[in-house]
Design a protein around this ligand. Structure first.
Ligand SMILES: *Cc1c(COP(=O)(O)O)cnc(C)c1O
Length: 382
């Protein structure tokens, strides 16, 4: 059997070892150190924000962001429903209550219409959220103009979950530069990886200093170990930051390659009945972290489940689109605002498919995926 074609495996540049070796030679194994400082500076410059703090994961970044915004037990936090559970788990860590917002069909990201309705209702009930976690799905920014306008009107800070969208742009501005606080993930499956890690970024340097303080056990300035607030052990190690520095050098190449992979899928499969790729509206520049498409059941020859089974039979890793959080047993009974009469995220979950999209995928591997899809989805010969 040939090697399994994976969804999004790590793709090293070859330079990682150089930074790791340097950390070993200088014994900057832990904690923090020059690789961390440089990695933070480079990510902040790349994204176009004043400050960045390297953390142990994207999830830790979201948790810190909520703490920095003072989210407490009983507070309400809005969050995109169509996302990975890590966007919302930290809301539970804080003892706060999530409210989930649907996607729109244009971007698959948070629906400004649904958000507007949710905010209007919350205002009327005197239950406005303390923050809104806005996710940039599969490498594409959410509709930031309309979402930020709503955040301004209701005076609610936005946390931008850019875990999947490092390298993306929205109206020429980098993804991750829109939130009051934004986070990135360097988990193994992301567009670049430190094997595990994350970054929290903001233009508010004071907040970021506080992020570093909270992430290192919240130690007061005193020679003895003194603490007056709850802290966390959330910093990134100097070795892993070295991996990140080398990965950052090839980020734009990785984005270009993922977009190229998307374009080839799109060119080769768009003619099939019912096949609709995730749109990229004007002004949006997606990293195409994962190539995703919908198999529209009204027109397609096979449904998404059959397609995924067929891929698996050919030793190809495909995945359904994220199961929306409002459908997760974990969030049973949580409030949810649909885009309109229909729930867009339900439709995307039921009919969506993510295809292997790793930047290290070969042409032959991609051809195999394309041929498999062509066979299951092509028009039946009459
Ligand atoms: C990966 C991911 C996270 C979590 O990042 P980790 O580094 O794995 O903790 C959060 N949100 C989204 C949307 C993600 O895809």
């Amino acid at each position: 059997m040939t090697e399994r074609i994976l969804l999004s495996p790590p793709h090293m540049s070859g330079n990682e070892q150089k930074y790791i070796n340097h950390a070993f030679e200088t014994n900057w194994i832990a904690p923090l150190g020059p690789n961390v400082d440089a990695f933070e500076k480079q990510v902040a410059e790349y994204v176009g924000v004043k400050s960045a703090a390297a953390v142990s994961s994207g999830t830790a970044g979201i948790h810190l962001a909520l703490q920095l915004l003072g989210i407490k037990q009983g507070d309400i936090v809005f969050c995109s429903s169509l996302t990975f559970v890590a966007s919302a788990n930290p809301i539970l860590y804080a003892g706060a209550t999530p409210v989930f917002i649907d996607s729109n069909p244009e971007t698959w990201n948070m629906s400004p219409n649904a958000l507007e309705r949710a905010l209007e209702e919350a205002k009327a009930n005197n239950s406005l959220p303390k923050a809104i976690v806005v996710v940039n799905l599969y490498g594409q920014s959410a509709d930031m103009d309309r979402i930020m306008e709503l955040c301004d009107i209701y005076n609610v800070p936005m946390i931008e979950d850019a875990a999947e969208s490092l390298g993306a742009k929205y109206n020429g501005r980098r993804s991750g530069s829109f939130g009051k606080i934004s986070i990135f993930s360097f988990n193994g499956n992301k567009i670049i990886t430190t094997s595990g890690g994350g970054m929290i970024v903001s233009d508010d340097e004071e907040l970021m200093n506080k992020a570093r303080f909270l992430a290192t056990q919240a130690r007061d300035e005193a020679p003895h170990y003194q603490h007056s607030t709850t802290g966390y052990n959330y910093r990134l190690s100097n070795i892993l930051a070295g991996v990140g520095r080398a990965q950052l050098e090839v980020l734009d190449e990785r984005v270009a390659r993922r977009r190229e992979i998307f374009d080839k899928y799109s060119r080769s499969l768009s003619h099939l009945p019912g096949v609709e790729f995730m749109p990229e509206p004007e002004g949006y520049f997606s990293t195409r972290w994962l190539t995703t498409l919908v198999i529209n059941p009204k027109e397609a020859i096979a449904d998404s489940k059959t397609v995924l089974d067929e891929l698996n039979k050919h030793n190809i890793e495909g995945r359904p689109v994220w199961k929306p959080l409002h459908l997760q047993p974990l969030f049973d009974g949580v409030k949810y605002y649909k885009h309109s009469d229909i729930s867009v995220s339900d439709f995307l979950f039921e009919n969506g498919v993510c295809l292997p999209s790793g930047s290290s995928m070969t042409e032959e591997q991609q051809d195999k995926v394309i041929n498999t899809l062509n066979t299951v989805l092509k028009n039946k010969v009459c």
